[in-house]
Design a protein around this ligand. Structure first.
Ligand code: SAM
Ligand code: SF4
Length: 326
C-alpha cells in the first residue's frame, strides 16, 4: 500500500500523457507559443505500462489519463488499450475535441465515463478562453458520448467576471440532459493570471444556484473531491470542487505522474521524483514511490491554506497546470 505520514492510503493515479494540447486555455497554458516537451523525454507506451504495473502492485486501482490533452498523443489508443488490461478503473479527462475518434475504443475497453472540459455555453467566449474555434466540435462530441451510453461529467472552471453568469445555464442544461456538471474553483499555477478576486467560491456558486433552483446535497463517496448536489426532477447533477475555499486534502488518495515521468504527491507539491529516469536506469522505482509519498504535505502541497485571499502567487513554487496534468 502507498501510505503517507498522515495515514492516507493512495490508490488513485492520474497520469499525464503529454503537455501538448490543441487548445490554449489561458488559465492552464500560460503562453500561446509554449514549447512542448520533445517526445523522447516523455514516457513511452511501454514505460507508462511498466510504471503503472508497479503502482497497481502497490495498491492503485484507479487510473485517470489526463494532460495536456491526452487524446492528441499519436499513441493514445495504444496506451489506453494497454492500461485497460490492468485491474483498474480506467478513466480520462479530455477537452473533448478528439472524442469522435475514440468512442469505439472506449466501448471496446469498457471506459464508460469521461470528464470533458467546457467553461462556457457560448461559442465566442469559448474562443476567448481556449484561443481556438472548437466549440461546436466539443458540443457534438458531448452528444456523441451520451448517445453511446457513456456517463459525461463536464468540468467548468468558474472565474469571476468571465463565466460566473453562466452557472444557472449549466444547471438548466441538466434538466433534460443527463450531464454531471463539476464547477471547479479557479486555482493558481505558474503564469496563469490567477488573482484571489477571480475565485468564485463554493458558497458563491451555491448562492447563485439557490436563487433559481431548489437543490439537495447528495451523499459523498469516499475520497470525493467534490461536493455533489441535484435538483429534483433534473436528469443530470452538479458538484463543486472547492480546492481554494474548502479543501478536501484530509481524505486525499491521489498521486500524479507527469508526462515526463515525475511523480508528484499533490497538485501543489514542490517536490518531484524522477521515476522515468530511474526506470530507464534499471533502478528500484518502488522504493522511490514510497519515499516520495512519505514527504506528502498535510494539505495543498504545504504551499498555502484555505485563506486564499492572502496567497502571494509569486511565492508558489510549481509548474503550470498543463505541465502537471490536471
Ligand atoms: N486537456 C484536458 C482537459 O482540458 O480536460 C485535460 C487536462 S486539463 C489540465 C484538466 C482539468 O484541469 C480541466 O478540467 C481544466 O479545466 C482544469 N484546470 C486547468 N487549469 C486550471 C486552473 N487554473 N484552475 C482550475 N482548474 C484548472
Ligand atoms: Fe489544453 Fe485542457 Fe489545458 Fe485547456 S485545460 S489548455 S484543453 S490541457
Amino acid at each position: 500500500m502507498i501510505v503517507d505520514s498522515h495515514n492516507r492510503i493512495h490508490n488513485y493515479l492520474r497520469i499525464s500523457l503529454t503537455d501538448n494540447c490543441n487548445l490554449r486555455c489561458f488559465y492552464c497554458m500560460p503562453e500561446e507559443d509554449y514549447l512542448f516537451t520533445p517526445a523522447s523525454q516523455l514516457m513511452q507506451t511501454d514505460e507508462i505500462r511498466k510504471l503503472s504495473e508497479v503502482f497497481v502492485e502497490e495498491g492503485v486501482n484507479k487510473i485517470r489519463l489526463t494532460g495536456g490533452e491526452p487524446l492528441v498523443r499519436k499513441d493514445a489508443g495504444k496506451i489506453i488499450r494497454s492500461l485497460a488490461e490492468l485491474p483498474v478503473n480506467l478513466t480520462i479527462t479530455t477537452n473533448g475535441t478528439r472524442l469522435h475518434e475514440f468512442v469505439e475504443l472506449f466501448k471496446e475497453v469498457n471506459i464508460n465515463s469521461v470528464n470533458i472540459s467546457l467553461d462556457t455555453l457560448h461559442e465566442e467566449k469559448f474562443k476567448l478562453i481556449t484561443r481556438r474555434d472548437q466549440f461546436t466540435n466539443v458540443m457534438n462530441n458531448i452528444r456523441l458520448m451520451l448517445d453511446n451510453g457513456l456517463s459525461v461529467k463536464i468540468n467548468v472552471v468558474v472565474m469571476k467576471g468571465l463565466n460566473d453568469n453562466e452557472i444557472n445555464d449549466f444547471i438548466e442544461w441538466t434538466r433534460d440532459v443527463p450531464v454531471h456538471i463539476k464547477f471547479i474553483e479557479f486555482m493558481p499555477f505558474e503564469g496563469n493570471r490567477w488573482t484571489s478576486n477571480k475565485v468564485f467560491t463554493l458558497q458563491e456558486i451555491l448562492d447563485v444556484i439557490a436563487g433559481k433552483y431548489l437543490f439537495i446535497r447528495l451523499q459523498n463517496d469516499a475520497h470525493d473531491t467534490s461536493k455533489k448536489f441535484y435538483v429534483p426532477g433534473h436528469k443530470g447533477t452538479f458538484a463543486v470542487i472547492s480546492t481554494m475555499s474548502e479543501n478536501f486534502c484530509g481524505d486525499c488518495n491521489r498521486i500524479r505522474l507527469t508526462a515526463d515521468g515525475k511523480m508528484k504527491n499533490c497538485l501543489f507539491s514542490k517536490n518531484e521524483t524522477d521515476l522515468l529516469s530511474a526506470l530507464r536506469a534499471g533502478q528500484d522505482v518502488r522504493g522511490l514511490i514510497h519515499q516520495n509519498i512519505k514527504r506528502k504535505a498535510k494539505e495543498l502541497g504545504g504551499q498555502f491554506s484555505n485563506d486564499f485571499e492572502h496567497i502571494d502567487v509569486s511565492e508558489i513554487n510549481n509548474r503550470s497546470m498543463i505541465t502537471i496534468g490536471g
